[in-house]
Design a protein. Structure first.
Length: 376
């Protein structure tokens, strides 16, 4: 196994019940072939061989991930902002700290696109309609749509009330140069779920107050109706809200109980208080640009972003059906630099990931090589 991992071969993680053959069973302490290779909480094979688990890279990764894990287990460990604090942070970022609106918008939109790509693969959720409002939230949506295009999705834009400013004109021009369709209200199909796999709510942000007015009140209601009338036996369109589900109170959430119920919420900079009332499957934090001075001034508890990621999950990931694990865990290009040198450490890492995801059979995994054509 070790020489196998040291070569830059393409590998796929395929789900199967991994069993030792009878010959191996007789040579390793009479190990019974009906036992799984990986036992819960510990790798069984190294213990049978008398090997001590290595600390090395895996131990350091676990140490670095402690804070992130605590936030995933307990979202209350993260800071939540009220409306005044959110506005003040923006003012400081764009004032003494020297950030520009378009710079923050670019980072926010990229974070949203990255979060969407974390959960919804373009092979299954390719058609993305982004509904943009007239303010910065709408601008975030325009940026996200552009990045989604480059990620392999097919974006569409509904932008009924455009903002006549050079910044927004430029974002529109960038999308038009990519031949991204802009749909008028009249062009939108009656049932959005028939034509789109993902619906991005980029209508209102944390500065909005009051009741939505036309045409956004109708657009919000159409998003609401998808969850009321949706067929639970079929794949429905996923609703993603940027920072605030449009129509929600920024601090108290969905006051009427009849607002948008997004499947994913991508909080920006830090979650707003209303995010505590979010009950969807996927809550991400985006906007990897908060400097230490902001963290210290507002005493923010924010997770450490892993690697070069622009987003990070808040709270536990949803439980996955074991039947869908094969698709979710396939990696078509697992190369040497992407794995831990010790194969036992690598399988332990995958096992821990599967346990964290709440999978029913985290020990049922195997590793196989594939050729350039992707076949075993």
């Amino acid at each position: 196994m070790l020489p196998l991992l040291r070569k830059a071969k393409r590998m796929s993680c395929l789900l199967s019940q991994t069993l030792l053959p009878s010959s191996a069973a007789n040579s390793v302490c009479n190990f019974k072939p009906t036992h799984s290779l990986i036992a819960p909480h510990h790798l069984l094979l190294p213990r049978l061989l008398g090997l001590r688990p290595k600390i090395g890279f895996l131990g350091s990764v676990r140490g670095m991930a402690t804070k992130m894990d605590s936030i995933q287990q307990n979202p209350e460990a993260i800071s939540y902002l009220n409306q005044k604090e959110a506005a003040e942070i923006d003012e400081i970022l764009m004032g003494p700290l020297g950030f520009s609106v378009d710079q923050l918008m670019e980072l926010a939109g990229l974070s949203v696109a990255a979060a969407i790509a974390e959960v919804y693969r373009p092979s299954e959720y390719s058609r993305v309609l982004t509904i943009c409002g007239p303010g910065n939230n709408g601008g975030d949506g325009l940026v996200a749509a552009r990045h989604l295009y480059h990620f392999g999705y097919k974006p569409f834009i509904c932008y009924p009330k455009r903002t006549a400013k050079p910044l927004y004109d430029g974002l529109v021009t960038q999308l038009e140069s990519l031949s991204v369709p802009f749909l008028s209200l009249e062009d939108l199909p009656k049932d959005l779920s028939d034509s789109f796999d993902i619906l991005v709510d980029a209508i209102f942000g944390f500065s909005f107050h009051g009741s939505p007015r036309p045409p956004f009140d109708d657009l919000i209601q159409r998003l609401v109706s998808l969850k009321i009338n949706g067929d639970t036996h079929q794949k429905s369109s996923a609703i993603i809200s940027i920072d605030i589900p449009s129509g929600w109170h920024v601090e108290e959430g969905d006051l009427s109980g009849e607002g948008i119920k997004p499947d994913m919420l991508v909080s920006l900079t830090a979650p707003k208080l209303c995010a505590k009332r979010f009950s969807g499957s996927h809550h991400f934090l985006g906007g990897r640009f908060v400097p230490p001075s902001i963290r210290n001034k507002f005493k923010l508890q924010l997770p450490a972003y892993p690697g070069t990621s622009m987003c990070i999950r808040i709270g536990k990931p949803p439980k996955i059906d074991i039947s869908s694990l094969r698709e979710n865990y396939i990696s078509p290009a697992l190369l040497e630099e992407e794995v831990v040198a010790d194969p036992f450490d690598q399988f332990q890492k995958w096992f821990d990931d599967a346990m964290a995801a709440g999978l029913k059979e985290p020990n049922a995994m195997a590793l196989s090589t594939t050729g350039k054509d992707g076949k075993p």
